[in-house]
Design a protein around this ligand. Sequence first.
Ligand code: DAH
Length: 341
Amino acid sequence: MKEILEELRISSREAISQADGIDALEALRVRYLGKKGELTAILKQMGRLSAEERPIIGQLANQIRAELEAELDARRDQLREQALEAKLQEETLDVTMPGAPVMLGRRHPLSRTLDEIKEIFIGMGFSIVEGPEIELSSYNFDKLNTQEGHPARDRQDTFYFNDDDTLLLRTQTSPVQIHTMETTPLPIRVISPGRVYRKDEVDATHSPMFHQVEGLVVDRGITMGDLKGTLNTVLRQLYGPGTVTRFRPHHFPFTEPSCEVDIQCFECGGKGCRVCKGEGWIEVLGAGMVHPRVLEGCGIDTQVYSGFAFGMGLERLAMRRFGISDLRLVFENDVRFLEQF
Ligand code: DAH
């Protein structure tokens, strides 16, 4: 029986030292020390021993039990330590590793152009105002001196919401002039950027939705000279200090007199090329002195006050600025296109 115990002592020590996890170790504890374990089984046979042998074997068995318990505990501590060590190793942060690249977006060419325009006007003391995109016909047309029957009101061109044509998607930012004059104390110096809508087929130069920037100045003694001075200053900041401008007579219902403003082609210097389509000039905006009927409709005394207004297309400006040849690219939001700016 002594040999059996000694054998158990050696084999269990071996098994415990090779246990590779807490679970395996627990299984060994049961295998040796459990109720049906190997050591217990041996002790149950003690009855067969002689009176002299019994205390010696009993003592040995107890000693082995104590040893086993100590070994099991020591191995368990060792395994826990190893597990912790492995975990720490695994979670180590190597601060010298190159970081994972973060994909940064960038501002849309339209936003960049608009921000630039805002900056210029804010620098000249203008405020920025907004108006509704869903508009009353009276604001989009009537109050802008554009009466019933005017071709601009055609159902072919305008998105109306109802059969009596009183509610529409604004076709221009000019109605913001009316909202501003109706609600803001004089003097007024504002620009108003925003979306406008027209029933146009999509092609390289047309879109049923595009952006305009409206401008309005109303004060005592405002003249065409203020209009020209302001717009020249703005255009030279946008297109460069050497920019040559031309104010060409035109007609808009809500201004009198009205003009269109051209810049001399920056590509060919006025000789005529592909960019200016042989004209030597590029049209950049519409403007004029606010029609007295429009001012009076907003309760402004035209004996004391006068004003000028202008409107420009944002897309055309941005496309020229960034050399974009097709308007559709501006709205498709293809990352391969947007990444280039
Ligand atoms: N609303 C005009 C358009 O859509 C642009 C315009 C022209 C605005 C002259 C103005 C202006 O304020 O004075 O074509």
